[in-house]
Ligand binder design. Structure first.
Ligand SMILES: Nc1ncnc2c1ncn2[C@@H]1O[C@H](COP(=O)(O)OP(=O)(O)OP(=O)(O)O)[C@@H](O)[C@H]1O
Length: 446
C-alpha cells in the first residue's frame, strides 16, 4: 500500500472530510497518536488531493509515559512514510508525580507541544468524534457544568500560531473503526485507554455501552445536547460582551457598580468572571462572586470592601469595582537618596525616573539632591501658580487617586524637607522649576 487508494476518498469518512475542506485555506497538520481514530483521519486526508494541495503533515507527541512509547512513535513513522506524509515526533516531559492528574498533565503537555510546533495559520487536525463529544458532555455534566461547559469541544479554536480543528465531531467512532478495518490499517492501542480508573475510560468502557443497550442513540443525543448548549452559550456570550462593554469604566480594570447592579444575578456572575478573565487575572472563584454580591455591591460609598484571592483582589471604591494585583504599601520607614539620574526601583515593584521632555533643548544643571520616602500624613505642597500650600491629602482626593494607590505613592522631598512631588501625579512649583531647567519630567510606574 503506497499512498492511499482512491476509493479511500469516496467512503463516508473521505466524503465528509472532502466537504469539510471546502472552507479551508490553510496548511494541515494531523495530530497523529497512532490510535485508530487519528490513523483513519491521517489515511483519509492523505487520499484527498485537496489536502495534499493545502499542505499535509503530521505530528506525533511521545509522552514517554509507557515503556513502549518509542515503538509507538516508530509505528507512526512507518505508516506516515508509506503514506508519504512528513511526520515530526515531539517528545515531552510529563510530571509523573501528577498522580490522578496524570491524564490531564499529559494532555496539557501534548497541547503545549502541538501548539508550539504549529506554523503560522496552520490547522492542527485532531480526530475527536461524536462519541468523544458525548463522553465530554457527560463528564462535564457530572462536574455540574452550565451551558459553557456542556457545549463540549469546539470545532475550531485558536492554538499556538494556528487553529485546532476537529472536523470529525459529527462522525461516530464506529465509522472510523469501519474505515480502519476496511483499509487494514495498523494501529497502536494505548493500554491507558482501557484503564477503568480513568473517568473517561470508565464512561467509554462501561457507562456508555450500558446506556446504549437501553438507548442506542445515546451518543448522538448527548452530542446534540452539546451542540444545543453551544448555541445557547454563544448567545449568552454575545450578550455578556455587550453588557460588559456598557458596564466597564474608562480603565478596563474598573466596572460601574450601578451598571452591574442593573443586571440579574446570574448575568452579574457571568460578567464578573468574564471581566476578570479578560484582565488576565486568575479565575474568580464562586466565593468571590458571593462576596461581591453580599459585601461589595451594597457597600456604602465611603467603605473600601475587598475580595482577595491568590495575589489579586477586587475592591469597591465609590461607584466602581477595581480589579488588580494586590500590592503591599511602601514601607513606612522608606527613605532613599536620589539624584534624579536614572531609574530608582521602589520596594514591592515599580520605579521612579526622569525623562527628557520631547522636543526641548537638553538642559544642564547640577544633579538634583532628593529624598524619596513614603507618606506619613500631614504633608503639604505648594502647587505651581498658587501662593499658599495645600494639604497633600486634599490634592490627592481632588485628583481621585484611589486609597490603595496612595499607599504606594513615593514622595519626593528636598534635603531641607520641602515636599516636591508625589509620584508623577503632583509636582510642586519648586520641583517644576528644577525640572524645567533641566528639560526633564518625572515618571512614576506603580
Ligand atoms: N500523542 C499524540 N500525538 C499527536 N496527536 C495526538 C496524540 N494523542 C492524541 N492526539 C490527537 O488528539 C485526538 C484526541 O486524543 P485522545 O486522547 O482523545 O485520542 P486517542 O485515544 O489517542 O485516539 P486516537 O489515537 O484513536 O485518535 C486524537 O485523535 C489525535 O488526533
Amino acid at each position: 500500500m503506497p499512498v492511499p487508494p482512491a476509493d479511500a476518498a469516496s467512503c463516508p469518512l473521505g466524503t465528509h472530510l472532502a466537504r469539510a475542506l471546502d472552507d479551508v485555506d490553510a496548511g494541515l497538520c494531523v495530530g497523529y497518536s497512532g490510535g485508530p481514530d487519528s490513523t483513519a483521519l491521517l489515511h483519509a486526508l492523505a487520499a484527498l488531493p485537496r489536502a495534499r494541495a493545502l499542505g499535509l503533515r503530521a505530528l506525533h507527541v511521545d509522552h514517554g509515559l509507557a515503556p513502549d512509547s518509542r515503538q509507538w512513535a516508530q509505528a507512526c513513522r512507518t505508516l506516515a512514510r508509506r503514506l508519504e506524509v512528513p511526520l515530526e515526533v515531539v517528545r515531552v516531559d510529563v510530571a509523573r508525580d501528577a498522580g490522578d492528574g496524570l491524564e490531564a498533565a499529559a494532555r496539557d503537555a501534548r497541547y503545549r507541544a502541538l501548539g508550539a510546533a504549529l506554523h503560522e495559520g496552520e490547522r492542527l487536525v485532531v480526530a475527536h468524534h461524536r462519541d468523544d463529544q458525548a463522553e465530554t458532555f457527560l463528564l462535564r455534566a457530572l462536574r455540574a457544568s452550565g451551558p459553557d461547559g456542556l457545549r463540549g469541544m469546539r470545532t475550531l479554536r485558536p492554538l499556538g500560531r494556528g487553529l485546532l480543528w476537529r472536523p470529525l465531531l459529527d462522525l461516530s467512532r464506529a465509522t472510523l473503526a469501519d474505515y480502519v478495518r476496511a483499509h487494514a490499517l495498523p494501529v497502536v492501542e494505548d493500554p491507558a485507554n482501557a484503564d477503568l480508573r480513568h473517568d473517561r475510560s470508565r464512561l467509554r468502557g462501561e457507562v456508555m455501552p450500558s446506556l446504549a443497550a437501553r438507548w442506542p442513540h445515546v451518543a448522538a443525543a448527548f452530542a446534540r445536547s452539546a451542540a444545543l448548549c453551544a448555541e445557547a452559550a454563544d448567545l449568552l456570550e454575545r450578550e455578556d460582551a455587550a453588557a460588559l462593554a456598557r458596564a466597564q469604566g474608562l480603565d478596563p480594570a474598573t466596572l460601574h457598580v450601578h451598571a452591574l447592579a442593573a443586571q440579574p444575578a446570574p448575568r452579574r456572575a457571568r460578567l464578573l468572571r468574564r471581566w476578570v478573565a479578560g484582565l488576565g487575572l486568575p479565575p474568580l472563584p464562586a466565593v468571590g462572586i458571593d462576596a461581591i454580591e453580599r459585601e461589595l455591591l451594597p457597600a456604602p460609598a465611603d467603605a473600601l470592601p475587598a475580595f482577595a484571592w491568590r495575589d489579586v483582589r477586587i475592591l469597591r471604591w465609590g461607584g466602581l469595582l477595581h480589579a488588580g494585583t494586590a500590592r503591599a504599601p511602601l514601607p513606612a520607614d522608606l527613605d532613599l537618596a536620589w539624584e534624579a539620574r536614572g531609574r530608582l526601583a521602589l520596594p514591592g515593584g515599580g520605579w521612579l525616573d526622569v525623562e527628557p521632555v520631547a522636543g526641548a533643548t537638553p538642559g544642564t544643571g547640577e544633579p538634583l539632591r532628593l529624598r524619596v520616602h513614603a507618606r506619613r500624613g500631614g504633608e503639604r505642597i505648594r502647587l505651581p501658580g498658587r501662593a499658599h500650600s495645600h494639604a497633600l491629602k486634599h490634592v490627592l482626593q481632588d485628583l481621585g487617586v484611589p486609597p490603595w494607590e496612595r499607599t504606594r505613592l513615593p514622595l519626593v522631598s528636598s534635603l531641607d524637607g520641602e515636599l516636591l512631588a508625589a509620584g508623577d501625579l503632583v509636582v510642586s512649583a519648586r520641583m517644576r522649576d528644577l525640572l524645567d531647567a533641566r528639560a526633564l519630567r518625572l515618571v512614576w510606574q506603580n
